[in-house]
Write a protein that binds this ligand. Structure first.
Ligand code: EPU
Length: 418
């Protein structure tokens, strides 16, 4: 197991390139199960989760070739309908093979993903939607088993706007008989990106990106080529870093329209996210951010996937910020690690109060989940002295080339065996 060793306090400047979005490429790979023709993806980040999805698809009989920034998935030879526990337990997004398998194979057996470090994360939205489309849903031995004589369109009102739930049902509906309308759908850009891919495969999806998505079922889908949307969470992470380290970073690939909630909090804090040709940069009057409260919400609200990074920023802001995590029930594990570095944070239930301190100090810390890892990297880069970050395999799941990208802009960061 490797760890990161970071000497904080260096001024950072230069260009950081945003990779393709983890949370867009994973459903895109699953969508390839819907067709017997190859789906070619570009702007594919080299991430552990992409490799895991490739293993799941290969295990189902698909051919998956991962290249430099590309993935080709050919599901012509799809022969199985089971995603086993050993693969699913390492990545909850594996559940996204469920919709495509039921649509194409008329059955699926997928290990229940179980809870994870950030919460219990049920999949009832996925299952009740499939049931509304005419699937029989059962459970046995920790697996969800779904079967159908053929899916039909349905009006589905989601209990919560689940991102992967919306994606699963949208994929299943592409091959259903008749029209499906998903209301209270997730509006995340990754949902819209998936719809664009499905439409280029021949599906008839409209309204993705709004809370009502309509899918007219078709009898089969073909192949397609698709470029994965840039990762707005990675972009947001580097923009927060830029604000904390002298505004020297140009984050290429960051899209202002995907980062409006972050931009408005940054503006309240006395800074700005500024669009520049091909990306964004930051500015900050007065040297230090002011403390600003946030509540996480489904898109277009403030993303839960940037909550931990915002907490790192608030740890050294002027004043006191209240951060409420309204999406996941246990997503504050970075708070106690930030406290080890001198942050003043009190957590009570779903709320954290962060009182800004003058400076953070390096310390040994441990990563509990992907975005917690990102917040610790930000904290370490602004702290005085050396920070050792352990359990960085979480970061490998979602930040492509983290160390080289940060080194290239002047960070003192090394990955070493622990
Ligand atoms: N929920 C239910 N029932 C369901 C599904 C969800 O009650 O059937 C609840 C969850 O418990 C949670 C809320 O709905 O309180 C939202 O969960 P959602 O289903 O939207 O999350 P997800 O689809 O499992 C995706 C991202 C997460 C991101 C969340 C929220 C992917 C592969 N994952 O998860 O990404 O935090 O949406 O935006 O798209 C990450 O990248 O670090 C990450 C965790």
């Amino acid at each position: 197991m490797d760890k990161l060793v970071i000497d904080g306090g260096r001024p950072l400047s230069g260009t950081v390139e945003v990779s393709g979005a983890k949370n867009a490429v994973l459903p895109a790979m699953a969508a390839a199960l819907l067709s017997s023709a190859p789906v070619r993806l570009s702007n594919v980040p080299a991430l552990r989760d992409v490799e895991t999805m490739a293993r799941i698809l290969r295990n189902l009989g698909a051919r998956v070739d991962l290249g430099q920034g590309t993935a080709e998935v050919d599901s012509g030879g799809l022969s199985k309908w089971e995603a086993p526990y050993d693969l699913v337990r390492t990545m909850r997004a594996s559940v996204m093979v469920l919709g495509p398998l039921v649509a194409r194979m008329k059955r699926a057996r997928v290990s229940l993903p179980g809870g994870c470090a950030i919460g219990t994360r049920p999949i009832d939205v996925h299952l009740s939607g499939l049931a509304a489309m005419g699937a029989r849903v059962g459970m046995s031995d920790g697996y969800v088993e779904v079967e159908t004589g053929g899916l039909h369109g349905a009006a589905i009102q989601l209990k919560v706007p689940s991102v992967t739930g919306t994606e699963n049902l949208m994929m299943a509906a592409t091959l259903a008989e008749g029209a499906t309308v998903i209301s209270n759908a997730a509006r995340e850009p990754e949902v819209a990106d998936l719809a664009a891919l499905l439409n280029s495969m021949g599906a008839r999806v409209s309204g993705a990106g709004t809370d009502t998505i309509t899918i007219e079922g078709v009898s089969s889908l073909g192949g397609a080529s698709h470029g994965v949307v840039p990762d707005r969470i990675e972009a947001g992470t580097y923009l927060v870093l830029s604000l904390l380290t002298g505004n020297g970073l140009e984050v290429r690939g960051a899209r202002a329209e995907h980062l409006a909630a972050l931009a408005s909090r940054v503006a309240e804090a006395g800074g700005a996210l500024l669009p520049v040709a091909g990306g964004m940069r930051t500015s900050l009057g007065g040297g230090k951010l002011k403390s600003v409260d946030v509540v996480t919400q489904p898109y277009p609200g403030f993303p839960t996937d940037l909550q931990a990074q915002w907490m790192a920023a608030m740890a050294v802001a002027r004043g006191s910020a209240v951060i409420r995590e309204a999406i996941f029930e246990n997503r504050f594990q970075h708070a106690s690690e930030l406290a080890r570095m001198g942050a003043d944070i009190t957590v009570k239930g779903d709320t954290a109060v962060v009182r800004g301190v003058e400076a953070l100090k390096g310390a040994p810390v441990m990563v509990s989940d992907l975005r917690a890892g990102a917040s610790l990297v930000l904290a370490a880069l602004i702290a005085g002295g050396r920070t050792e970050i352990n359990r960085i395999y979480h970061l490998d799941r979602g930040y492509e080339s983290l160390v080289p990208k940060l080194k290239a802009v002047g960070a003192a960061i090394e990955r070493v065996p622990s």
